[in-house]
Design a protein around this ligand. Structure first.
Ligand code: ADP
Ligand code: MG
Length: 321
């Protein structure tokens, strides 16, 4: 009896060993491939490890397609995007929206509540005024800001989860997903790569980065965090996301002050404190929106917020002038 048991165990072990060896032989070695494409107003780069070029090409093409799809839903530069068609109905009945759009608006509103409105995707009317100034037009007047304020405020965006509808209460409201949609698009693109069997991947779009598994036999994708102290500058990222916002080249100068493209919803004006924030989180939708929020909140309040988010870390740099 004991002998038979030992024999059986040995046979099982030998079989397992052969099976593993066969699997290892079968698994083709992975090679690194990289592709670039313009999307969402920035250069998007995808790096993957795949068994062949054709596998990599097919997967990355599908990932770029997914990003284009999301851009068509969420862009505020395209009059025919789902987002802009929703805004056109502001002041009217609730509008049924796609799953993607609802997901992002719901996450945005949750963050608005947690930041007392520092992060707020209804800032569109303010952003419009800022963009006019950026194009060389007039700086917003008190009167214009007062008028815009009537059309801004996350509590004026009513979400109904059961019916998946959005109702914008005031005519002329305008949503702007510039602070959250890029991270979400990269999350979705990573899922597409995974569906194509690719597990080791890095997706970058401007200040937003989303990572799948680390490159084979490494601890993570090596990423430089310019806002961290020199000894903590390099981060090894895997299965997570990292976003940087603020203190960019995007600002308007008026009477000696620099106004960032990130708007403080309390004043309607671009943030004037020179803050740059980098956030590491579990996914892109979280890191992207938090990085934008932290630029409005500043270092102290920002760090307090980050402590409440599981798995999140932040590097905030306040530039003294
Ligand atoms: P970028 O990578 O373009 O610098 P960020 O993630 O820092 O983007 O977001 C900035 C964009 O977010 C702005 O261009 C605008 O579209 C939008 N935005 C500006 N202020 C706010 C705010 N207070 N809350 C949410 N979104 C904002
Ligand atoms: Mg952001």
């Amino acid at each position: 009896m004991t002998f038979r048991f030992i024999l059986l165990r040995t046979l099982l072990l030998v079989w397992t060993w052969f099976a593993c060896a066969a699997l290892r032989l079968n698994a083709a070695p992975l090679h690194r491939y990289q592709y670039n494409q313009m999307a969402m107003g920035v250069q998007v780069r995808i790096t993957v490890y795949a068994s062949s070029q054709s596998v990599a090409e097919r997967a990355c093409a599908a990932a770029f397609e997914r990003i284009a799809e999301i851009e068509q839903v969420m862009s505020d530069y395209r009059a025919d995007s789902e987002l802009m068609r929703l805004c056109a109905k502001a002041g009217g009945e609730p509008v049924r929206v796609s799953k993607e759009l609802f997901t992002v608006l719901k996450r945005a509103q949750e963050l608005s509540r947690r930041t007392a409105g520092a992060f707020d995707v209804t800032v569109g009317p303010y952003v419009q005024l800022w963009r006019r100034a950026r194009r060389g037009g007039a700086f917003p007047t008190e009167e214009e800001l007062r008028e815009a304020r009537q059309r801004v405020g996350y509590e004026k965006m009513v979400l109904d989860e059961a019916n998946r509808t959005v109702r914008l209460l005031v005519p002329g409201m305008r949503l702007d997903l510039g602070g959250i949609a890029k991270g979400y698009a990269l999350d979705c693109a990573l899922k597409v790569l995974q569906e194509h069997g690719i597990r080791h991947a890095l997706l970058e779009a401007g200040g937003d980065i989303v990572a799948g598994l680390a490159p084979p036999a490494t601890a993570g994708w090596r990423i430089e965090v310019a806002n961290a102290a020199p000894e903590r500058r390099w981060v090894y990222l895997a299965l997570g996301a990292i976003s940087t916002s603020g203190d960019t080249e995007q600002y308007v100068e008026h009477e000696g002050k620099r106004y960032s493209h990130i708007v403080d919803p309390r004043t309607g004006l671009g943030v004037t404190t020179r803050v740059a924030a980098t956030v590491i989180a579990r996914d892109g939708i979280t890191s992207d929106s938090l990085a934008t929020a932290l630029c409005v909140l500043g270092k102290e309040a920002g760090k307090r917020l980050i402590r409440t988010v599981p798995g999140a870390r932040a590097y905030v740099r306040e530039v003294k002038e």
